[in-house]
Design a protein around this ligand. Structure first.
Ligand code: FES
Length: 115
């Protein structure tokens, strides 16, 4: 189980939901299942409308990050992450500060999602 906390000016207050880790649910599908008003259009890692800021809360070493090629490309072109941050994610398990909610798979760690 992972706690996923959503924080946004679009919410009256922060909302924490429980996500079952390991069932390959994307962050966007967790948001939709809990009526969190996260922007999204293509749901396929192409439009960039679902960009979110993600930080790990559990205080543990972050779990290895797997980003799709589409996600890397969209976030780089949007200026949200650098080539170095992609490299750090791939080689040192350092999570990048921005993700695409439709591409990010929720893992067994508590995270804060800002949008
Ligand atoms: S909804 Fe289009 S990139 Fe995620």
């Amino acid at each position: 189980m992972a706690n996923v906390t959503f924080s946004s000016p679009r919410l009256k207050k922060d909302v924490t939901v429980y996500a079952v880790a390991g069932d390959t649910k994307t962050l966007l599908s967790v948001a939709k299942a809990n009526s969190i008003p996260l922007n999204h259009e293509c749901e396929n890692g192409e439009c960039g409308s679902c960009q979110v800021q993600v930080s790990v809360l559990s205080g543990k070493r972050p779990i290895g990050v797997a980003m799709t090629e589409k996600e890397k490309t969209v976030l780089r072109l949007a200026g949200k992450i650098t080539a170095q941050q992609i490299l750090d994610a791939e080689t040192s398990d350092l999570p990048p500060p921005w993700r695409l909610a439709c591409q990010m798979v929720v893992r067994d760690e508590d995270i804060l999602v800002k949008f």
